[in-house]
Structures are given as C-alpha cells and as structure tokens.
Design a protein around this ligand. Structure first.
Ligand code: BES
Ligand code: MN
Ligand code: ZN
Length: 457
C-alpha cells in the first residue's frame, strides 16, 4: 500500500507546514512561530547538496507523521532555487523513501500521508514531479527485490519479477534459460549457475527510447540470488547478508524501469546474469580451469569469487550479442571495497576517463558517492595464472582492484565502468532518514542520471 502521496500544492488544505531553512544548522528541526510549522535546517547556502535536501525532507516528513499528521505543505523554493530539478527530485525522494517498508509478512499499519509541494515555480512542476516519482518507484522496486528472502528470490523468481515489471513499462524482455546460455558458450556463468538446483537465467531487458540503430549502453548487474561461497564456503557471519548479492541486478532493473517510464530518449539494455552460488555434488572447485564466452580460460582460485565469473560472460554477451557501445557493470563484488570505503561510498574502476567524468557528474546530480580505484599495470600480475589466461583471485591483496581488472579483461576496448557496491547496497542502520535499515537502492539514481545524460550527447 502506498502510504504517502506527493502532489503539487494548489491551495489544498493541509494540517502542517514544512519549511527548509538556509543558514540554520543542517538537519536541525524546530517548531516555527505559527502552530503546526516545522522548520528544518539546510545549513549554509554554499554547502547544500542533493543528499542534504533528501535527508532534511525525510526528517521533517517523518517527524510530522510521528506526531500523527496526515498532510503537510512543503515550500520547495529553496531546494529548487539552489539545485533546480535535482532539488525537487531530492525532496520527493526524501519524503517518499522515508516511508518505505519492505514487502513484509508482518502487517505494518500506517496512516496515509499527503505532502503538497509549493514553490516549484522555477520548473514545470508537474513534469518534474512525475519524473521524480518514476525514479522513486525504481528505487523502491530495487529495495523490494534486494530485501526479498533468498528462498523466494531464486534466479527464476528474479527473472519473473524483472520481466513482469519490464513488460508493464514497455521494455523488450528476453529470459534465456540454461540451455540457451550453454549454447552461447557461457561457461564461466555456468560454472557458478550449475552449482544449484535452482537453474541460472540470463535476463535481458531492452529499452529502445533513442535513435534507431544507435548502439545501446549496457547495464550489467550481478544477480547472485544467494552467495554461500560454494565449496570455499563462507562463515556464518559472512553468509548472513548474502541474499543481497543480487543488488547490482536489482539496481539495473530499477534504473531501466525509471528510464522507460520517463521516456528518456536513449537506448539502454540491461543484462542480468542470475545464479545461486551453492554446493552440489559436482559443482566447481578451486583449482578447476574453466572456459568463458570470450574464449579466455580461467583458473578458479576460489569458488567464492563467483561474481566476476558471471559478469565476465555477461559483459561479453552485452558486447557481442547486444552490440553495446559502452558497458557499466554494477555488483556487490568484494568484501575488500566494503572494508576500504565502508557504507560511505562505492568503488569504481574505469578504462575511459571521459566516461568516468560522466559518471562523476551523474553521481553528483543523484547525490550518491563513487570513488575511483587505481588500475596500475602491476595489479594485473596478481590475476595471472600459471595454467590459464586469468585467475579469479589475487591471493588476498588488492581485492577490489583485481576483481575490477578481471572484468576489464572482458570489456576490452569498449568504454567500461565498474561499480562495486558491496559496502553500500545494504545498511544495518537507519541513520539516513530516507533509508530504513535494509536494502538502500544504491546506484539506481546514478545509473538513471548517467543514461539520461546520454540523451544530451
Ligand atoms: N558477494 C561477495 C562480496 C560481498 C562481501 C558482498 C560482503 C557484500 C558484502 C563476493 O562474491 C565474495 O565473496 N567476494 C570474495 C572474493 C574473494 C574470495 C577473492 C571476498 O570479497 O571475500
Ligand atoms: Mn562470493
Ligand atoms: Zn558474491
């Protein structure tokens, strides 16, 4: 059930009034002089960001809801003046995402709440609001998929959910089953996918909003619906959150759905290798040498470094079969990135500086953080194998970098970005007001903005 509605203010009666104040301490809240007025601080004008607006709006809405309020009018003017449409989008995200509850088998009764946005004069308010709402729906869809328990979220289930939503949004949907992917020679994908009784799926969603014949940008999302580690089995603590190992896949779904809903004039294809990493009597072993769709041989250093295997084949598929002109992969790929950057930023690897600059600009508009990792040639030595073209581990050093470089070998000359969201896709705290504990939806807004910017190229 939707428990929050956001509409443009047209003199509707509202119980509360919310104001975002410049030059008042960021994220402070206080009562205004008039009754039922909440003033939320945005801090200094020059340090206002998308993230801050999102948090301030979420905090104000949450407060009014907790006081039993059912409606409020919010003056959007300061956010819109400073950040334009991104400011309005941040307000809508803050208000709507703070009321996100994961699909649950417990009932969470909650009063509906309506927020009216005033002060949107600098924009085509109606259109900007509709665009923001589509992005929010994408983020919610992503959170729902990631929060879903792993006994339900199998590769087949992920395919059904992605296909269902994709068809509704007007995407071209193709789900390749295990026979089709085997025929394509996707041996690295199968090394992992064949470890489970739940068969693997390759999910392809095509959004053709751009010029006919223009090469699409591929969004490749890691879809490991559960990562036990395989024979290199994880510890109990290490395995606990591994239902989130399809967060990259979920982000890619959320982003392409938002693009389609908003009819952004670009060509984008989502490619999602969906597998479970489990243990079966004949599943792959450390020391195995396997093949790949690109023809490169791979020595298995660890069955727990499964993400790069399925991504390698998915990237090859995107370039060879979907004729992608650029590729972005997004994945909960390494514990190393979570240890290095925590939940504060995601890691990036890029083989093209101009493409990376576009990502940075998109992330800025989206209010998400990405940090570029180095790719010095020496790091490539760490994934060399004495018996195969590549090895899927680096003996424990530079784990996030070497994981990225492994995938880079399959991107070849195609402009490519790799986003490692292992630390940021999931949060155990609800410290950010718009992000209840659980799946965050990290990456959806940035991927959306990155693709949207292609329309202006
Ligand atoms: N899915 C994990 C990475 C991960 C860790 C995601 C923590 C979210 C939170 C990935 O498949 C993995 O197991 N990586 C190994 C690689 C290693 C064996 C080279 C890791 O990071 O330990
Ligand atoms: Mn793993
Ligand atoms: Zn994994």
């Amino acid at each position: 059930m939707e428990t929050i509605m956001v509409e443009l203010y047209r003199q509707q009666a509202a119980q509360w009034r919310l104001e975002l104040r410049l030059e008042e301490e960021a994220l402070s809240l206080r009562a205004g002089d008039e009754a039922k007025t909440v003033l939320a601080g945005l801090g200094k004008r020059e340090s206002v960001t998308v993230e801050l607006v999102r948090r301030a709006a979420a905090k104000a809405v949450k407060t009014v809801c907790s006081l039993g309020g059912e409606s409020a009018v919010l003056d959007a003017a300061p956010a819109v003046e400073l950040l334009g449409e991104a400011g309005l989008s941040a307000l809508v995200q803050g208000a709507e995402l703070c009321r996100y509850h994961q699909e649950s088998w417990k009932a969470v009764p909650e009063k509906p709440f309506t927020l009216y946005l005033a002060g949107t004069e600098g924009l085509d308010g109606e259109a900007a609001l509709a665009r923001a709402e589509a992005l929010v729906r994408g983020i919610r869809f992503t959170r729902d998929l990631v929060n879903c328990p792993p006994n339900r979220m199998t590769p087949e289930h992920l395919a059904r959910r992605a296909a269902g939503a994709g068809e509704k949004a007007g995407l071209e949907v193709q789900v390749l089953d295990e026979k089709e992917t085997r025929e394509l020679g996707m041996a690295a994908f199968h090394a992992v996918g064949d470890s489970s009784a739940n068969p693997p799926r390759l999910i392809v969603l095509r959004y053709k909003g751009g010029r006919q014949g223009e090469a699409p940008l591929a969004l490749v999302g890691k879809g490991v619906t559960f990562d036990s580690g395989g024979y290199c089995i994880k510890t109990t603590a290490g395995m606990r959150d591994m239902k989130t190992d399809m967060a990259g896949a979920a982000s890619v779904c959320g982003a392409i759905l938002a693009l389609a809903e908003n009819k952004v004039p670009v060509n984008v294809v989502a490619v999602i290798p969906a597998v479970e990493n489990r243990i079966s009597p004949d599943s792959f072993l450390p020391g195995d040498v396997i093949g790949s769709m690109a023809g490169k041989s791979i020595e298995i250093g660890s069955t727990d470094a499964e993400g790069r295997l399925i991504l390698a084949d998915a990237v090859t598929y995107a370039i060879e079969k979907e004729h992608a002109g650029r590729v972005v992969d997004i994945a909960t790929l390494t514990g190393a990135i979570a240890r290095m950057l925590g939940g504060v930023a995601a890691g990036v690897m890029a083989n093209d500086d101009a493409f990376f600059a576009k990502l940075q600009a998109a992330a800025e508009r989206a209010g998400e953080r990405f940090w570029r990792m180095p790719d010095y040639p020496e790091y490539n030595k760490l994934i060399e194998s004495p018996v195969a073209d590549l090895r899927n581990t680096s003996n424990g050093v530079a784990g996030a970098i070497t994981a990225g470089l492994f995938i880079a070998a399959f991107a070849g000359d195609t402009p490519w970005l790799h986003l490692d969201i292992a630390g940021t896709a999931w949060s155990n705290s609800s410290e950010k007001e718009y992000q209840p504990a659980g799946a965050t939806g990290m990456g959806v807004a940035t991927l959306y903005e990155l693709c949207r910017a292609m329309a202006d190229e």
